[in-house]
Design a protein around this ligand. Structure first.
Ligand code: AMP
Ligand code: ZN
Length: 492
């Protein structure tokens, strides 16, 4: 039986502001959309935190046996500076400053994003669509919203009519804002705007002469509004209604609020059943962000070339550090916190590496089933990785007692213990056993020393000692093979 039939997950839904039992639209299948990066610069560790949070969720759903279609887009057009409807496109701006093509900017930072995420052992999504690859779909949605009377054209640009939409639907349903507040907050900013109301948002913008990323449309040569791409791509690959939509907390408003409005206006459906938002990574008491210069890049952490940390850290240690916080909690980044995580990480890996030395007993004195249930309960409760990790440290305690033979496990329980532990550490949390590779090179070095000593024994015709070295290594599963090129070995 699939694991998902035995485990009920509860998800904190930002839409209802409560934890709800997860029931996918189609039993056994999950459609999940996560807003991807705007590829105009290197992803910083804050961006990574959000993508890693959804990697954990994706991995757990897969572990439970769900068939998941995970769509994460690449924003390569339409995202203007300050998330606004006016200003320069972030990618065009970078292209102008670097004197290269916008698509060179896109390529460079998409490749960087992929490299970084794979260093963190994040699984790639099933579909990674781009905004520029879906201009036609976006134009079709605008036509439909215009036909429904919920958008208007002015000077070649098209705006979503928030006030009109709000008469029938609730603009602000996700972010909890009400439209009067929105009017109050935006009036002064948009004083010169061509919009009918300051809270209306762009579906299509006519390109100014200097705006080089542009496409033909029925209204003008221009470009789509930032919020539209996610409506177009989620609808295309997951349907009018799908299970999970994720992103960082800061995307709730206006980005996700606008997505809901666009889908309702175009398709007549609330697009998403479970809205999930991950919390921010903080540095020096403030949100890590490119725009303020308050950030660190992943590669600066791996190489140690930065002014924030006292040493370099392995990607898997950074991953462990991030997963020690729940995805909905704020996480403070600091040298001390990373160093503490590193200690815990190595303790966990050393314990895992020593599992093979545990002997089975006749009976079990530890209740492995209860421990296993606690691990699943942690993840079933809104993907609570810190509680899962606390259970993994409980397993470390068991391992130490089992090694001392203070406690015992029968063969069946020991096998189950190893299976569950490995599944949670490597498949669900996505950690990598970096000690293992180190110890195997140390082992190789130690065997080479013994081969050298055996050769010296043979030269001095001390056959008893050379045979003893060969035989005792064989007993430990290490076989020496004498050949023309010297002695080699294999580990069984
Ligand atoms: P962007 O490339 O700016 O569209 O951002 C990509 C993703 O990173 C979005 O989901 C943001 O919410 C997320 N993000 C940006 N800054 C942080 C941060 N400091 N902590 C966590 N997530 C962040
Ligand atoms: Zn989006």
């Amino acid at each position: 039986m699939e694991l998902f039939k035995q485990h009920q997950i509860k998800i904190y839904n930002s839409l209802t502001k409560s934890k709800q039992i997860f029931k996918p639209i189609n039993e056994g299948s999950v459609g999940m959309y996560v807003c991807g990066p705007t590829v105009y610069s290197n992803v910083h560790l804050g961006n990574v935190r959000t993508f890693m949070s959804f990697d954990l969720i994706y991995r757990y759903l897969l572990h439970l046996g769900y068939k998941v279609r995970y769509v994460r887009n690449i924003t390569d057009a339409g995202h203007l500076e300050n998330d606004a409807d006016e200003g320069e496109d972030r990618i065009s701006k970078k292209a102008r400053l670097e004197k290269i093509e916008p698509m060179e900017v896109v390529q460079q930072y998409t490749v960087d994003f992929h490299n970084v995420m794979s260093k963190f052992n994040s699984l790639p999504p099933n579909i990674e669509p781009t905004a520029t690859g879906h201009i036609i779909e976006q134009i079709e949605i605008i036509k439909e919203i215009l036909a429904k009377g919920l958008a208007y054209e002015i000077n070649g640009s098209v705006y979503f009519d928030v006030l009109k939409y709000n008469k029938k639907e609730h603009y602000g349903i996700l972010s909890g804002r009400n439209i009067e507040d929105a009017i109050h907050n935006t009036r002064t900013l948009d004083g010169q705007s061509e919009k009918r109301n300051p809270q209306d948002f762009a579906l299509w913008k006519k390109a100014k002469p200097e705006h080089i990323m542009r496409w033909p449309s029925p209204w003008s040569i221009g470009f789509p509004g930032w919020h539209l791409e996610c409506t177009a791509m989620s609808n295309k690959y997951l349907g009018k209604q799908f299970d999970i939509h994720g992103g960082g907390m800061d995307l709730k408003f206006p980005h996700h609020e606008c997505e809901i409005a666009q889908s309702n206006a175009c398709f007549g459906e609330n697009p998403v059943n479970y809205w999930m938002h991950s919390n921010m990574l903080i540095l020096n008491g403030q949100k890590m962000a490119k725009s303020t210069g308050n950030y660190i890049l992943p590669n600066e952490i791996f190489t140690g070339e930065n002014t924030i940390l006292t040493k370099a850290f392995h990607p898997s240690v950074v991953r462990f550090f991030m997963l020690q916080a729940h995805y909905r909690s704020v996480l403070d980044f600091s040298s001390d916190a990373l160093a503490a995580s590193e200690k815990g990480f190595f303790k966990l890996m050393e314990a895992v590496n020593s599992l093979s030395s545990i002997k089975t007993g006749k009976t079990s004195t530890i209740d492995i089933k209860t421990w296993e249930t606690s691990c699943y309960n942690a993840m079933n409760d809104d993907f609570n990785s810190p509680i899962l990790i606390a259970q993994l440290f409980e397993a470390v305690r068991f391992i130490n007692l089992l090694k001392l033979e203070t406690e015992t496990l029968n063969q069946e329980d020991l096998e189950q213990f190893k299976k569950v532990l490995n599944a949670f550490i490597f498949d669900v949390l996505g950690l990598e056993n970096i000690i293992k590779t180190d110890t195997s090179s140390q082992l190789e070095g130690a065997v080479e020393i013994l081969i050298k000593l055996r050769n010296e024994a043979r030269i001095s015709k001390n056959w008893a000692l050379s045979d003893q070295i060969r035989d005792e290594l064989l007993e430990k599963g290490i076989q020496l093979k004498d050949g023309k090129e010297g002695t080699s070995f294999s580990i069984n």
